[in-house]
Write a protein that binds this ligand. Structure first.
Ligand code: ADP
Length: 395
């Protein structure tokens, strides 16, 4: 069985194709600038073969068609026909109560549309693309793996906000949590690496979006993102945790309305807003190293917030076996990892600085006498979604 896993942005489409008998990745690729006036770069890697074409791609249906054409190329392709694709799985974000692994149907699409307020950067492009794909490829089942499902094991005391309880019951205002596929992958992989099914693991997914998750035996016990993916740690351009009452003051002083202010917090906040330099951690680290004080502040705030969540989760789990770094920043930034682990020996967290700066792939980076093992583990959200999609279509 072959499963295509799609990762959508408003103008981009990234995918991986898996053979589920072996769980091997057969191909990966991506298409950018969808729907723009410019030509799109359509890149594909099939085994050791890599190719790139440029072409105008008007919408996501055309992007999927382009990807299938590349995968079915007579000389280099790995598919003979579209019928070989058993399903397309999506790492979808938020549909409220409709959580878990779902066939994409009108009920799901409407639920995602109704919650576009809550996930403005994620839900609208997914709904648009899913509708286009339903129309263009009616024979291929579309499956949504909702990010929130993994966090349904969080105890009520850690999921409930201290809002009027009616908000929780009637409007489902609670800590839903996101990045489910990534944290699930880390939980499963760490059980293998530690040789321990009931391991206590703190998973730090640090990337464009960042979240931390406390897991016991691979089950989520608490996570930093709450009702929306705008919360928790500072995100690339989204605010992270924040006191909503500041809005009343800023509204009066700026003359902007609440919608404008919320848009600003979800597009001009986070690392971008803090640093004034970029939403990309690499640029911020370079600016900080060159003496830009605001960029240095952004690095310091980000690392300090990660550290505070680790402290919380050591308390939630009553200690931990391992601390894991994953995601674009977690896997690549030795600066952030070392700042996060600074002065944490009291908690049994001690980095080996050579391993921290030299490890590029999966590897243990803790000092020999560190009580907690510290690991870099590249995440594989797409494989988790492929497994879940295959299971649903098999049933
Ligand atoms: P997304 O959440 O969009 O999937 P990724 O997990 O791919 O994001 O992470 C992307 C981020 O990783 C980039 O914005 C960049 O800030 C960061 N990043 C990648 N490489 C490095 C590096 N060498 N040092 C610091 N940050 C890096």
């Amino acid at each position: 069985m072959k499963i295509l896993v799609a990762n959508l942005g408003s103008t981009s489409f990234k995918y991986r194709l898996f053979d589920m008998e072996t769980e091997q990745q057969l191909a990966r690729g991506g298409i950018d600038r969808i729907g723009e006036d410019a030509e799109s770069n359509c890149v594909v890697e099939i085994g050791s073969h890599a190719a790139k074409e440029t072409k105008h791609i008007p919408d996501h249906a055309a992007a999927v068609q382009m990807c299938l054409d590349q995968l079915m190329h007579s000389d280099t392709g790995c598919l003979n026909s579209v019928d070989e694709v058993a399903a397309i799985g999506f790492k979808a974000v938020f549909a409220g109560k409709l959580s878990g692994i779902k066939i994409v149907n009108e009920e799901l699409l409407q639920a995602m549309e109704n919650l576009a307020d809550v996930a403005p950067a994620h839900n609208p492009p997914y709904v648009r693309a899913m509708r286009q794909l339903q129309a263009s490829f009616p024979k291929i089942p579309l499956v949504a793996a909702l990010e929130t499902a993994f966090h349904e094991t969080i105890p009520e005391k850690y999921r409930t906000y201290s809002v009027p309880y009616q908000w929780t019951q009637q409007y489902e205002v609670l800590r839903w949590g996101f990045h489910g596929a990534s944290h699930r992958f880390i939980g499963t992989r760490m059980a293998e690496l530690l040789g321990k099914e009931d391991a206590k693991v703190i998973s730090c997914h640090l990337g464009g979006s960042s979240s931390i998750c406390a897991m016991l035996g691979g089950l989520s016990q608490s996570t930093s993102m709450g009702m929306t993916p705008q919360s928790g740690l500072p995100q690339n351009n989204r605010v992270g945790d924040f006191d909503p009452f500041a809005l009343r003051l800023v509204k009066r002083l700026s003359g902007k309305d609440y919608d404008e202010l919320l848009d600003e917090l979800s597009t001009q906040g986070g690392l971008l807003g803090l640093s004034g330099v970029s939403n990309d951690c690499r640029d911020i680290e370079i600016a900080a190293a060159n003496g830009n004080e605001q960029a240095q502040l952004a690095v310091d705030v980000y690392a300090a917030d990660i550290k505070k969540y680790i402290g919380q989760y050591l308390a939630v789990l009553n200690g931990a076996d391992a601390l894991v770094f994953t995601g674009g920043i977690g896997e690549n930034s030795d600066t952030i990892r070392s700042k996060v682990c600074e002065d944490m020996t009291f908690a049994g967290i001690e980095l080996d600085s050579d391993k921290n700066s030299s490890t590029r792939e999966e590897g243990k980076i803790s000092a020999d006498n560190s009580k907690l093992q510290i690991w870099i583990v590249p995440t594989n959200e797409e494989l988790v979604v492929a497994r879940q999609t295959a299971k649903l279509v098999q049933n």
